[in-house]
Design a protein around this ligand. Structure first.
Ligand code: ATP
Length: 576
């Protein structure tokens, strides 16, 4: 037995209003669109849509193609049926609509919809649809070819059909349409694409900012023109900005995502396309190959703008990078041109001031960097004193960018500097001095053993630095490891213990500087207790100099060594 599906119109309208459309305000867009499509079907040059508002009803009249009685039955009363698809079910290119559900959106604001329509050469028809699913068709009063849709407002939503709201919505969605649209006798269409003329003023009015620059966009295969406005201030790269998209000059939505690749978060676009397709809610673009191509083409045009800026106006480019460097750097991780741009123009922090990677290479040959800001702080002063240029690769993307540079250009030499690499550059002491200092070293080592630190004496510049605390990557890992072990419960602690046997730690080193005059005096102290206190306070000072974390054991040591030294100084003064 074959049956036909029944449709519960209330259920469908509920589905549309709660799950498809973002707001009932879209009903104006759907009505406008039907009117424009009906005019397109006549191929007339003189299309007009007249909207009149009033307390009793809203009327939308067009001089479009109109419908015969048979079409009224077929198209208006059949959900999902549309005259805008071809025999194979594909959307016909010239129309805005395609899904056959748009008219239903009127039930979001009205309980009764009347369509008074006439196709040239056929009698006029009046169709009345009710939100409970009934409809009636009867002969209509004679009229010019075209259609008038009348909505009788539902109680409670009258403001959505008020003159002011309808004018605002008609202007929002339809101001660029190629037909004349009037609301209560006042035209809302201007015809011109406003971003073609006063671009800055348009950006200010629509997006609320004065653009840093405007990039013209053209993607002929999608019949797309538009403008990308470069934001004058930094934005969170994770916050995806929306774009204003028109399809065949009808506003699709003001906040469309996914038109640009993620890295281009510094631009807001307005575009009009004849070929891109909407989703059924008409609030997003349909993801297809064409949208991919459009995204790539716009990305190319933005990239081209950046490269041109570098060539013609480097100061302006520097200003741009000052604001949007994060986005550009993110892009440099997979785009060679952007990588070159960062190399040439983005000044990085080094121990010799801010310089670009290109300048750094020219000066030092090798791009030497510390992978974290902590490592950089440990090393920068000492490296500078030895004329070793060092870049702080600790900022977001910087270390990765440096490494990538070496992979795309074989002539670039990159070296990651480890704290312990520096000790190998420090001079060892002569054998005789080493021998003489052994008893001191033994005292010092005993004092710092409990902190897991090894004491060594070397001679290095700058002589003003008395001691350095150097942590190798392996030792830093081990430190974190033991801290977690101390905090972990038994079960997890057991797991960590097992792992710790695999990680052979290199101990952190306190490297006393034999060139420092105060250190030399400390090394000559006869009193082992005073020597111990001095080593402990040098340890504390070196920790702070290198921005190392101060653990509770370190804080306790700092405290006792400071008080011990103070006690000594006061006692000495009292005994004078
Ligand atoms: N003003 C009008 N003049 C002539 N025909 C109309 C008019 N409004 C609606 N129609 C007819 O009714 C059909 C259904 O309209 P509806 O708005 O529900 O869907 P659609 O415009 O085809 O597609 P979409 O759901 O994408 O808007 C249309 O395909 C069209 O044939």
């Amino acid at each position: 037995m074959s049956n036909t599906f029944q449709v519960d119109l209330r259920g469908i309208v509920d589905l549309l209003s709660h799950h498809l459309y973002a707001s009932p305000r879209v009903y104006v867009r759907e009505l406008l669109q039907n009117a424009v499509d009906a005019i397109t079907a006549t191929a007339s040059e003189d299309g007009r849509v007249e909207i009149t508002t009033g307390a009793d009803a809203l009327r939308v009249s067009d001089n479009g193609i109109g419908l015969t009685e048979a079409q009224v039955h077929e198209l208006l009363a059949t959900i999902g049926r549309s005259s805008k698809r071809d025999e194979l079910g594909f959307a016909r290119h010239e129309f805005l609509g395609q899904f056959g559900i748009g008219l239903l959106s009127c039930f979001l604001v009205a309980d009764e919809i009347r369509v008074h329509t006439r196709r040239a050469g056929a009698p006029a028809v009046l169709w009345t649809g009710y939100s409970d699913g009934r409809y009636e068709v009867r002969p209509g009063e004679d009229r010019e070819p075209g259609t008038t849709v009348t909505l009788l407002p539902r109680r409670g939503v009258e403001t959505l059909l008020s003159g002011a709201t309808v004018k605002e919505l008609a202007e929002l969605y339809g101001s660029l349409l190629p037909v004349t649209v009037e609301v209560d006798g006042v035209p809302v269409t201007s015809g011109e694409l406003p971003w073609k003329t006063g671009r800055e003023a348009y950006c200010q009015r629509v997006f609320g900012f004065t653009p840093f620059d405007v990039v013209e966009i053209n993607v002929p295969e999608a019949g797309l023109t538009g403008a990308a406005f470069v934001l004058p201030t930094a934005v969170n790269p994770a916050a995806r900005g929306g774009h204003r998209v028109y399809l065949k000059r009808m506003l699709l939505a003001e906040n469309i995502e996914g038109l640009l690749p993620e890295w281009a978060f510094f631009a807001r676009c307005v575009v009009d396309s004849t070929e891109l397709r909407p989703t059924a809610s008409r609030e997003a673009l349909y993801e297809d190959g064409l949208l991919d191509d459009v995204r790539d083409a716009i990305a190319d045009q933005l990239r081209g703008w950046l490269v041109r800026l570098a060539a013609t106006d480097p100061r302006r480019l520097a200003r741009f990078l000052g604001v949007h460097h994060l986005g550009v750097k993110a892009l440099a991780l997979h785009d060679d041109e952007m990588l070159r741009l960062v190399e040439q123009w983005w000044p990085m922090e080094t121990n010799m001031g801010r310089v670009t990677l290109a300048e750094f290479r020219e000066r030092h040959g090798v791009i030497r960097y510390a992978a974290t800001t902590d490592e950089f702080h440990q090393l920068s002063a000492v490296a500078a004193a030895q004329d070793i240029g060092l870049i702080n690769g600790g900022y977001v993307y910087d270390a990765d960018i440096i490494e990538r540079l070496a992979t795309v250009d074989r002539t670039v030499r990159v070296e990651r500097l480890e704290p312990t690499d520096l000790t190998t550059r420090f001079s060892s002491l002569d054998a005789e001095t080493e021998l003489r200092l052994r008893p001191f070293l033994a005292v010092a080592q005993r004092r710092l053993d409990k902190l897991g630190c090894e004491v060594v004496i070397r001679a290095y510049d700058p002589a003003t630095v008395p001691a350095l605390y150097l942590v190798s990557r392996a030792a830093a890992f081990h430190d974190e490891f033991t801290t977690s072990r101390d905090k972990a419960d038994d079960l997890w602690g057991g797991v960590l213990d097992a792992l710790s046997q695999v990680a052979a730690p290199e101990r952190p080193q306190l490297v006393l500087n034999h060139r420092n005059p105060l250190v030399r005096r400390v090394l000559g102290l006869a009193d082992p207790e005073l020597a111990g206190l001095a080593v402990e306070s040098l340890y504390g000072q070196a920790l702070m100099l290198g921005h190392h974390p101060i653990r509770p054991a370190d804080a306790a040591l700092l405290n006792t060594s400071f008080l011990g030294l103070l006690n000594r100084a006061v006692t000495a003064e009292e005994q004078k």
